[in-house]
Design a protein around this ligand. Sequence first.
Ligand code: ZN
Length: 262
Amino acid sequence: MIDCHCHLEQKQYQENREKIIQESKKELKAIVTCAAHPKDIQLTIDLTKKHKKFIFAALGIHPTYIKEITEQEIEAAIKEIKKNKDNIVAIGETGLDYHWIKEPEAREKQKILFKKLITLAKELDKPLVIHSWDATAETINILEQQGMKNKKVLMHLFSDRKVIQKVIENGWLVSIGPGIKKSKDIRKIARDTPLNKILLETDSPWFQQEDQEYGIPNNVKIPCQKIAEIKQVSLAEVEKQTDLNAINFFNLKIERFKKIVS
Ligand SMILES: [Zn+2]
């Protein structure tokens, strides 16, 4: 399995980061970790260098940071991302969050930032990882306006099942995490989305299980099992297809690639 979206830079991992990565290596083929704040870029890039062919990075600016981040910091972050273009596999997460951000001015700023990061993804020829909460229609509109139909776009933690057909029609992918256990909407998305359009994720350290202090990349087996159940296919089939989807989407150069295609 591949965890296509987590946050290894988070403080929950400060003490045990290496241990958790070693445990992930026993069960997973790869991890895509996502630095959502510019202050975490360096740590994230260092992790990809330390764990080559296993940890890959996406760099972006999360829309919920819009009120605390200055224009200058955004420009500096974009420069930093460009500098690291050969060390990353995607731009993101980026998008719109109207759940946490209610002020109209801040929402306008989110849109401007979102468009900047779409432009950056085009310029660097990287896939986009999208965060959208309570803002689906606007998120989809902006992506379409920016010419992202049939381009590499991943809707991460997507739960708006009313528009899943639109997402599929636009040629985009969705990633499904452990939230599938509790969310009927996500289970319906898993049911209605072809397996070749689904990736697995954990968004850890969030979505920890009852017996966990924080979520870990190995929790990716939770959505894998649930999807197998819903689609009535084997776990191995879900694993194989979602691995291939992730490898193709992010163009991952993983160590054990041969093993899974044989
Ligand atoms: Zn995330």
